[in-house]
Design a protein around this ligand. Structure first.
Ligand code: NAP
Length: 314
């Protein structure tokens, strides 16, 4: 189905940043179009309990929250497309975006909200216990591991920050790293090494997550020494994988300015990219906070900035 759609605002991505941008743009009467991508709802659709998104007295479910955001965006006037953008051209306005199903958008402004994905170890046993003891976000899920033994995998800033944060809940935190040196900043390393609740296991990788089936829950972790191949079992009912994130930006390579880790660069206190009329919001431009609520805030900023851009230029 080849079809050309002219619009004021095209939003690419359907996490909290994309939906919030859609809600604000629609309420500004800009009749935005939103292309959802492969996994509508983004990272929150693979989490379970959410307790830190303001406005809900009871625990809510990530997928439900995203359904609500979608419904709200559509109700106020967003045109939703379950489709994938496969090509963009930012050389001139209107900008061009083409999708897998044959749609071509000509848009006066574009909001990129394609998010990021946590890297996983890609073990079968990891898939089994994801959401049932295994998480990639300590801020989101740490609270559920009160007085438990937890491991954190990784050696960068995220792993060390998550290990420190988790000491607020856990009885013991074990950081498991594949080498004998961390890449995290020295100041974080110092805090980690002197924390009484934290132990570091060097030169080990995870071989297998072991647990029970009913209820599905993690109990132990099999580790392997990267030098001797020796294996050992650690008791832990929680595991946080903190081996980095990958922003979903391959579509925009060479079309927009990114940093050396492929996060989109925006101006300070703004979602403006180096291309006037193209804005970026949420995890695609944020490697520090990575929260649903901060992404939503940036989505709001992007819509307000797109509205201003259109008012001033058309
Ligand atoms: P990162 O710096 O890329 O570190 C990833 C860590 O995971 C590394 O230690 C790496 O080991 C390990 N790793 C990667 N793949 C692995 C695998 N398959 N199995 C086992 N271990 C694996 O990622 P990050 O910590 O998420 O940080 C990303 C960026 O965000 C960095 O620029 C960081 O400085 C920034 N950040 C900043 C802050 C802050 O400013 N407060 C907080 C968080 C993140 P090796 O060391 O052996 O490669």
């Amino acid at each position: 189905m080849n079809k050309t759609i002219k619009t004021d605002v095209l939003i690419i991505g359907s996490g909290p940043a994309g939906y919030t941008a859609a809600i604000y743009a629609a309420r500004a009467n800009l009749k935005p179009h939103l292309v959802s991508g492969l996994e509508p709802g983004g990272q929150l659709t693979i989490t379970t309990d959410v307790e830190n998104y303001p406005g809900f007295g009871d625990v809510i479910q990530g997928p439900w929250l995203m359904e609500q955001m979608k419904e709200q965006a559509i109700k106020v006037g967003t045109e939703f497309h379950h489709d994938i953008v496969n090509n963009v051209n930012f050389d001139e306005i209107p900008f061009l975006a083409e999708t897998d199903s044959g749609l071509t958008f000509n848009s006066k402004s574009i909001i990129i909200a394609t998010g990021a994905q946590a890297r996983w170890l890609n073990l079968d046993s990891e898939n089994k216990y994801k959401g049932f003891g295994i998480s990639a976000c300590a801020t989101c899920d740490g609270f559920f591991f009160k007085d438990q033994n937890i491991i954190v995998v990784g050696g960068g800033n995220s792993a060390v920050e998550e290990a420190l944060y988790l000491t607020n809940f856990a009885s013991k935190v074990t950081l498991v790293h594949r080498r004998d040196k961390l890449r995290a900043e020295k100041i974080l390393q110092e805090r980690l090494f002197k924390h009484p609740k934290i132990e570091v296991i060097w030169n080990h990788t995870v071989e297998e997550f072991i647990g029970s089936d009913e209820p599905l829950s993690l109990k132990k972790i099999k580790l392997k020494n990267t030098q001797s191949d020796d294996e050992k079992i650690v008791d832990a009912t929680g595991a946080f994988i903190a081996i980095g994130h990958d922003p979903s930006t391959s579509l925009f390579k060479e079309k927009i300015k990114m940093d050396n880790e492929n996060y989109i660069i925006t101006k300070s206190d703004s979602t403006e990219t180096n291309v006037k009329g193209v804005f970026a919001a949420g995890d695609v431009k944020d490697k520090v906070f990575r929260q649903a609520v901060t992404a939503a805030g940036m989505g709001c900023m992007a819509a307000l900035e797109a509205e201003k851009f259109i008012a001033e230029n058309f």
